[in-house]
Design a protein. Structure first.
Length: 263
């Protein structure tokens, strides 16, 4: 299949992707990756030539893996380079859903947690998706109330699905001596059910290599078992790494996820 994007109607454009109408099927759209990279709720912004292809490869391999695991996702196929065919949403849920296995990033400051603390079971938090407001987190007590007293089945499904995805990807990355630290996903409603949507790329999670073979990961703090200095994720960009290094890290992720088809 060869798709001439210049002839398609643009439906939406975000920081890292463009959505185009599929003239042959009203139930699907084309999701096209861009070379842009952002951080700090969009304040930091750069272009990395070739990033779109790397992200597209990573996204393709992860979503195909999740589809094989029975996770409901919007992903259908990748008909050509940088382009994914996905199911059209009936409604987007304007939340970012974060599941954490190991304490890292912002939770160290606002949650006063010790870096490397292991969560078993993993913890999941909802953030209202709004860059100018810095994606504020929803109160967990109230989320629990909505689930129990207000029949908040969508919240319950998102928690269940996010934790399932984290566990499945954690197992996959562990085959390559890498720990999945945390993960951020988005959701939408398709045919009256909750689906994983958007992208899953190097900006969607933190990945820390093992510090040594056969690490002891079932202890309260696992920081000594891991090597955060060799991280393979977007934190390299957030922390000021040069763009060549960022692209190299994302390329390493793509090489790993390319092997998910063998799992």
């Amino acid at each position: 299949m060869s798709i001439d994007l210049s002839k398609l109607e643009k439906l939406a454009e975000g920081k890292t992707k463009i959505i185009y109408k599929n003239p042959d099927d009203v139930k699907t759209v084309f999701m096209v990756f861009k070379d842009d990279i952002t951080a700090g709720d969009g304040v930091k912004h750069d272009i990395i030539e070739g990033k779109a292809v790397v992200d597209w490869q990573t996204n393709r391999d992860i979503f195909e893996y999740l589809n094989r695991q029975g996770v409901k996702t919007h992903y259908i196929e990748s008909p050509q380079e940088k382009v994914s065919l996905v199911k059209k949403l009936d409604r987007k849920i304007n939340l970012e859903v974060v599941t954490r296995r190991v304490a890292a990033g912002s939770i160290l400051k606002w949650g006063n947690e010790e870096e490397g603390k292991r969560y078993d079971p993993p913890i999941t938090q909802f953030h209202y998706k709004d860059d100018p407001l810095h994606d504020p987190m929803l109160d967990q007590t109230y989320v629990d109330y909505i689930i129990k007293a207000k029949s908040g089945t969508e919240y319950a499904k998102m928690v269940q699905m996010n934790e399932k995805v984290l566990i499945q990807l954690e197992k996959a990355f562990s085959r390559f001596d890498i720990q999945l630290i945390d993960m951020k996903l988005e959701y939408g409603i398709i045919e009256d059910d909750v689906y994983v949507i958007d992208e899953i790329t190097g900006g969607s999670f933190r990945l820390w290599p093992y510090a040594h073979k056969n690490p002891h990961l079932n202890q309260p703090n696992v920081i000594k078992e891991l090597n955060p200095e060799d991280r393979l994720d977007k934190d390299t960009y957030r922390m000021g790494g040069d763009l060549g290094m960022v692209q190299s890290k994302f390329g390493e992720i793509a090489k790993i996820t390319a092997q998910f088809k063998n799992i």
